[in-house]
Design a protein around this ligand. Structure first.
Ligand code: GUN
Length: 283
């Protein structure tokens, strides 16, 4: 048996096409969505992500404003920039690409972003709203995962959902979204005992740990839905996920490829949040 491929690239293209139409419509009413993208330092992976986000803005008709800051910028100056963007009417969404250099406190930076412009959904107000079931902006990667699962007609209610990884960006918010759809959710991490046993129970498995090809075919339940959030560049430049695609695709019922799975969906969800922010701010 070969698993169904959950094609994120295709779905993201469809969503971006719909957003493009929405943007054309709202521009007629004088709403011009804008996204500020802030990048600090020269991390090559962050540069690739930021360029993809800017390109998506262009495709859809969202204006993007890039702020590329020196690696050594002070926390104070970064906060000053964010405050300026909070008060800039052309900017509906603010994204500060993570990770930030070690001398900058990420939590302070996220707190400085106006929660109504927090299109990443990282501000504590938005995290809290997600947790209490009244979200304003869904975090982009977990939201993209949900869209992929739902679009494929996969039922979540009552299923054993196992997430490997407990980050604020993916693991934790992913658990809330699966729970909201009535999944039975377990989060695993580096201290989890019997990780293999828990992973093997999963009807829906989401892996977001940043360890190349950590999950093998013989670790998963036959027929599982496998969502691979990892993007790892090997020494030979090949990009692989946290899941060994070759072996897992023979055991799973559905699987996301890397690249072309969750990655493009993250960007589509960012665009969706930015359009939503622009509409909300015009009201
Ligand atoms: N770094 C890795 N993923 C993300 C993301 O979704 N948003 C931001 N701002 N930084 C990231």
């Amino acid at each position: 048996m070969s698993a169904r491929v959950l094609n994120g690239k295709e779905l993201a293209t469809k969503i971006k096409g719909e957003l493009k139409q929405t943007v054309e419509e709202i521009k007629k009413k004088g709403i011009y969505p804008g996204l500020a993208v802030v990048i600090v330092g020269n991390d090559p992976a962050s540069r690739v992500y930021v360029n993809s986000k800017k390109k998506a803005c262009e495709e859809i008709g969202i204006e993007s404003f890039e702020y590329a800051l020196d690696e050594n910028v002070s926390e104070e100056d970064l906060i000053k920039l964010i405050k300026k963007l909070n008060n800039d009417d052309r900017v509906n969404g603010i994204l500060v690409q993570l990770p930030l250099p070690k001398h900058i406190n990420e939590e302070k930076i996220i707190l400085a972003i106006d929660s109504s412009k927090d299109v990443d959904g990282f501000h504590p107000e938005n995290v809290g709203r997600l947790m209490t079931g009244n979200p304003q902006f869904l975090p982009c990667t977990p939201a993209g995962v949900m869209e992929l699962i739902k679009e494929s007609g996969i039922e979540i209610a009552g299923k054993e959902c196992v997430i490997v990884g407990r980050s604020n960006i993916v693991g934790k918010p992913q658990s809330m979204l699966l729970l909201a759809e009535h999944g039975t959710v377990t989060i695993c991490h580096s201290r989890t005992k019997n990780l293999e046993e828990v992973v093997k129970r999963a009807d829906i498995l989401v892996v977001a740990v940043g360890k190349p090809e950590m999950i093998k075919g013989n670790s998963i339940k036959p027929g599982a839905v496998v969502i691979d959030v990892g993007i790892n560049r090997l020494e030979d430049k090949k990009i692989v996920g946290d899941v060994e695609y070759e072996s897992c695709s023979k055991v799973a019922s559905a699987i996301t490829p890397v690249p072309g799975g969750v990655g493009p969906m993250t960007i589509a969800m960012l665009m969706k949040n930015t359009v939503k922010a622009a509409i909300a701010q015009a009201e």
